[in-house]
Design a protein around this ligand. Sequence first.
Ligand SMILES: *Cc1c(COP(=O)(O)O)cnc(C)c1O
Length: 406
Amino acid sequence: MQRFTSAKDAALTLRPDAPVYCFRPEVLTADAKAFMAAFPGETAYAVKTNGERMVLETLAKAGVATFDVASPGEFEAVRAVAPQAAMLYMHPVKAQSDINLALQTYGIRTLSLDHEDEVAKILRIVRALDLDPSTITLFIRLATKGHAAYELSKKFGAAPAHAVELLQRCERIGFKVGLCFHVGSQIEDPETYERALASADWVRARAGVTLAGLDVGGGFPAEYGHDPRRRKPEMPALPEIMERLRADIAAWGFEDVPLVAEPGRVVVARAFSLIVRVLLRKGRRLYINDGIWASLSDSWTGKITLPARFIPDPARKTRNGDPAQVTAFRVCGATCDSVDILSRPFWLPETVDTGDWIEIGHIGAYSLSLRTRFNGFYPDTFVEVETPFDAGDAPQGYASLETMAD
Ligand SMILES: *Cc1c(COP(=O)(O)O)cnc(C)c1O
């Protein structure tokens, strides 16, 4: 992979017409190590956030020894780069054939569930493979309530009384049992984990079983851009969230239970930026070579503020407007689909024009993992970049959370 000092160097050297992902392995290593140092248990990286080989390899090298996986594709991706790593199969609803593959071929011994029919499926395969249930840990997924940009308890999780029954049922069969939850992605309220821990404590007290583990899931917020016209959101940074989580874990009596976390976004968001090109400027509209069917579907929901840097094409000799003036542009994606328009405007210097580049920062999570081949566009060019996106001057642009009138 070609390596550059900055994304600007990469853009001006390569003059790319297709989107280019700028991978920062040093940033990924630092963010992974920071999480592992702050979390008082096992860190299991959530592979769905970004399962690129370069990411998994870098994480394994940084010391991540456990991965949260959900499908045969993810089992294989982890096995290929980290054959010794432990895998936690934390999808509560699994195909029977995938459970078999996990237990038989990949040696996975930790699974999650939120329903008794799932217990029956797992037990059938455990018996067929003649495995001792006490070598397997089943985590009961608890439904939680909280505030996150993406709420996941709408889809998965057993209500507390149901979780009590499931814990007892699994223990009676002879499995080791644990409790897990996932509060959703990019939490917006630091009390979210405490509410989940309180619920886990309630379930543990009623179930009367010994917990082999407590898995607090993911949801740790990544840092994104900031719209200068808005009040800065009062979400504390990771160190404060972790300090609070550690205190809550102690307060709810889970200090002596082996702990697991499944961070995704907070580990990988800063590790990538994306260079896109303005294919055409039409008034206040910018047509770019990426979009919601490629790297920008997560931002399309408008729940995060992506930071952006302007990389003007030096070959353009005349420009209109004031380069110091930032203004709102409607961003249209690469495909021939009218849905492929970002719902929120990008604020960029007024002078941006056809042929310029924009570096969109902090895009490592839920961007390239969500790419599609729709309309034949599939960004797949990578370079390595040394300088963190946030080094140097503040980014000029950002995706706004506000809507824009056409
Ligand atoms: C997606 C997911 C994660 C990762 O969530 P982040 O918000 O990216 O940290 C962790 N655990 C489970 C079960 C998930 O589905």
